[in-house]
Design a protein around this ligand. Structure first.
Ligand code: UDP
Length: 315
């Protein structure tokens, strides 16, 4: 009998890549999504696969899954700043109530559960690079608070189920990740810059562009998550690519890569925008034997191809 895994947010960017990976590894996959920010297009290639099932459901309301379940991956949440600014209550609910429901389900099914946390729990970090034992610098009532605090609650309740109920839980702290199936218009720097470059529009750098990010290719991230799920480690683990770049340098890189004639322009920096972000991945290396395999130039090739098709089809 195949092991059965539930992936919430399975029609989203990361969730759909996780569905692909688990099917490839021989699991039966139950993909759950309310399609708020996810899209059926991300999983349409899986429809008809007898090991794949899609369930339209909002995990913040209620979760019911008949039959055996061995693993749960909780990836449902708006995750880009413009999404969670538009949907602050849904974001808070899915990180809190949604996580509670899935932990309850994991307990009932005696399943291992991995929850998606984020580098945002470090806020605008005062420690650089960010290690897992740094507690963060988050403004609870700022615009990003709805996401950051929901994810901090997600970590706290997950750890409580681990210590109090002995549930097998895993927490991954995901740093900026990119690849095919990101939405061109999700407002994040990487798809925004590539979309603007391909359409010949101005590239909108926020602030002076000196803030840094570290971009991880999606296949690397998925591999780290897969290893973490199968490990016996229950503390949070950073997964990301430590190759740090300023946003202005990244904008210049996109102009060069696309051969675009776009100009770089400077707009206002959003409130509470983190100034720097780079994962310390020593823990992932030591415990999971994991480190990223794709350089940015390698990962941007399939990503650019995906966005080129999207722009051409007007998507
Ligand atoms: N950013 C930018 N131009 C854009 C979108 C984002 O300069 O069109 C900046 C944003 O202010 C932040 C960085 O790029 O400093 C990364 O933003 P993103 O939305 O990708 O994710 P974040 O890491 O902030 O969650």
């Amino acid at each position: 009998m195949k092991k059965r895994v539930l992936i919430t947010g399975g029609a989203g960017f990361l969730g759909s890549h996780l569905c692909d990976r688990f099917l490839k590894e021989g699991y039966s996959v139950l993909c759950m999504d309310n399609l708020l920010t996810g899209s059926k297009e991300n999983i349409e290639h899986l429809v008809g696969n007898e090991d794949f099932q899609f369930l339209h459901n909002n995990v913040s309301e209620f979760v019911h899954v008949p039959g055996d379940l061995h693993y749960i991956l909780h990836f449902a949440s708006p995750a880009s700043p413009i999404d969670y600014l538009k949907m602050p209550i849904q974001t808070l609910k899915v990180g809190s109530l949604g996580t509670l429901h899935l932990l309850g389900l994991a307990k009932e099914k005696k399943a291992t559960i991995l929850v998606a946390s984020t580098s945002e729990i470090y806020g605008d970090p005062l420690v650089h690079p960010q290690t897992e034992d740094y507690w963060g610098n988050v403004n609870p009532v700022g615009p990003r608070g709805v996401y950051d605090e929901a994810k901090r609650f997600l970590e706290a309740i997950t750890m409580a189920y681990h210590t109090f109920h002995g549930l097998d839980t895993k927490i991954v702290r995901i740093f900026n990740t990119y690849g095919p199936r990101m939405r061109l218009n999700d407002g994040r720097a990487l798809p925004a810059f590539i979309g603007q470059a391909l359409r010949g529009e101005d590239i909108t750098v926020f602030g002076d562009g000196s803030q840094t990010r570290s971009f991880c290719y999606v296949d690397d991230l998925v591999d780290g998550i897969y290893r973490l799920l199968l490990s016996n480690y229950n503390q949070p683990v950073n997964i990301g690519n430590p190759d740090e770049i300023t946003i202005l340098q990244f904008a210049e890189e996109v102009v060069k890569l696309t051969g675009s004639k776009s100009k770089i322009i400077f707009n206002d920096l959003p409130v509470d925008d983190p100034k720097q972000r780079k994962p310390d991945i020593s823990r992932a290396k030591e415990i999971l034997g994991w480190s990223p395999q794709f350089s940015r130039s390698q990962g941007l090739i399939p990503t650019l191809e995906y966005f080129q098709n999207k722009v051409q089809s007007g998507g």
